[in-house]
Design a protein around this ligand. Structure first.
Ligand code: SF4
Ligand code: SF4
Length: 433
């Protein structure tokens, strides 16, 4: 058997960008937990370089554990003076490491079902969530959960699957309320309609309130973000191509491609990076480039396009005192920080307070909270203390994974703080009275 060139196991050239300054250490959640250099961005880059240079074996246990321990939060990128593209390096390293990892059979099966079958297919996703909802209600989940060992508690703590009515898909077209200023498309997503159908409806309602008609893509489901973050790059590329094709047909009456509005920070960050993901495929490169320029985060688009005098209003008791927690893939992945805060400031009747350390990861990190529940909880714990300092009644987020992590964490801590997506606040505020 011919052994792979170690340099191909990681993005070797990218590892050389690191100048070892160590500025990333103190903001890295896994370094904060352990104090170990190996669990820091710089340490992980050192491990990657060691593998590429043949100093560390490709199947080294510490190397693999550090790849999995990393949350992929990209906080390290925000502080790095050398512009190290850590998220990208991690995706590639995880993808290439997959051949040398022997996963327990149940985990391997669950990954195959999740990544290959369920996430890419809306019908199978719907059936899976029906099944999960049934298992939660009937007590079946409690009986099978022990099969999942240390992940049992995380499985049992998974938020309740909402009712069928709550999981209604969006209409194919929704008109603007009042005068129409334009038309956009909305990514419904894979998990979003199943767990947070109300967020999708609030997204469309807000866009309609500021004068935009919306369209959706029918059966298209997954953008491939979870695949990429978990090192399933072949699957991520296939889903990126599906997404590009699905949205290419959505144009204005003059044939101009419509903006694609994304209310999930992780998906938006990933879709903006399709050109990099498909860079090696010349026939897709230009299409990926054109597509990514159409992608806007929900807050990014609304802040840029709401009329200057748009000042929606809520009754002061509706949300009480609110605080905003930056999703990592919005602040570190897309550099979007001020728009959500500006939008909340526009809402009359809302008392807003800053959350300390709001750019620190909440520990959700896609499916990390299911894969490494105790690390995920340990990363989350300091966020509760930060929230307590604000005395907020409502925590605002902009990503479904963070939304679930906060819901589960507040449940565990028996704290009565409501968690909402920013679209829910804006939709409520812009409702005609
Ligand atoms: S992505 Fe997050 S957890 Fe991973 S090394 Fe960077 S800061 Fe640390
Ligand atoms: S901040 Fe950037 S250059 Fe400095 S050690 Fe971390 S990854 Fe390397």
């Amino acid at each position: 058997m011919r052994l792979a060139d170690p340099k191909t196991l990681v993005e070797y050239t990218a590892t050389l960008d690191c100048i070892h300054c160590g500025l990333c250490l103190r903001t890295c959640p896994t370094f904060q937990l352990t104090g170990n250099e190996a669990s820091s961005p710089r340490g992980r880059i050192y491990l990657m370089r060691g593998v590429a240079e043949g100093e560390i074996a490709g199947d080294d246990a510490t190397y693999h554990d550090e790849l999995e321990f990393c949350l992929g939060c990209r906080n390290c990128e925000s502080v790095c003076p050398a512009g190290v593209r850590f998220g990208e390096m991690m995706e590639v390293a995880r993808d290439r490491a997959a051949d040398s990892v022997k996963r327990p059979w149940l985990e391997a099966l669950a990954r195959w079902i999740g990544f290959e079958l369920v996430l890419p297919n809306r019908t199978l996703m719907r059936w899976s969530m029906d099944l999960l909802g049934f298992a939660q209600r009937s007590g079946l989940l409690r009986r099978v959960a022990p099969l999942f060992g240390a992940r049992k508690d995380a499985l049992l703590a998974f938020p309740k699957v909402p009712s069928k009515a709550e999981r209604e898909l969006l209409p194919i077209r929704t008109p603007a309320r009042g005068e129409e200023h334009g038309e956009v498309t909305v990514l419904e997503g894979c998990v979003m309609p199943e767990m947070f159908g109300r967020v999708n409806r609030a997204t469309v309602e807000t866009l309609s309130a500021i004068g935009f008609a919306t369209r959706t893509c029918g059966s298209h489901a997954c953008c491939g973000a979870l695949h990429a973050h978990n090192g399933e790059l072949d699957g991520a590329r296939a889903l990126a191509k599906n997404t590009i094709v699905a949205f290419e047909g959505l144009t204005s009456s003059d044939g101009v491609p419509l903006p694609v509005i994304v209310n999930s920070a992780g998906c938006g960050a990933h879709m903006k990076e399709y050109p990099r993901l498909l860079a090696a495929e010349p026939e897709w490169r230009a299409r990926a480039q054109a597509f990514s320029q159409r992608v806007f985060d929900f807050s990014e688009f609304v802040a840029a396009h709401a009329p200057a005098d748009w000042r929606p209003r809520v009754d002061p008791g509706t949300f009480g005192r609110v605080t905003y927690d930056d999703p990592c893939h919005l602040c570190h992945g897309q550099q979007i920080r001020k728009q959500p805060r500006e939008l909340l400031k526009r809402v009359q009747g809302l008392e807003q307070v800053e959350l300390p350390h709001s750019e620190q990861c909440c520990g959700s990190a896609g499916i990390y909270s299911m894969l490494r529940p105790s690390d995920s909880n340990a990363v989350f714990e300091p966020k509760l203390a930060d929230l307590a300092e604000t005395r907020a009644d409502t925590l605002v987020t902009a990503n479904p994974g963070c939304h679930m992590q906060w819901d589960m964490g507040l449940d565990r801590a028996v704290l009565d703080v409501r968690v909402v997506h920013i679209a829910e606040v804006l939709a409520e505020a812009s409702r005609p009275r």
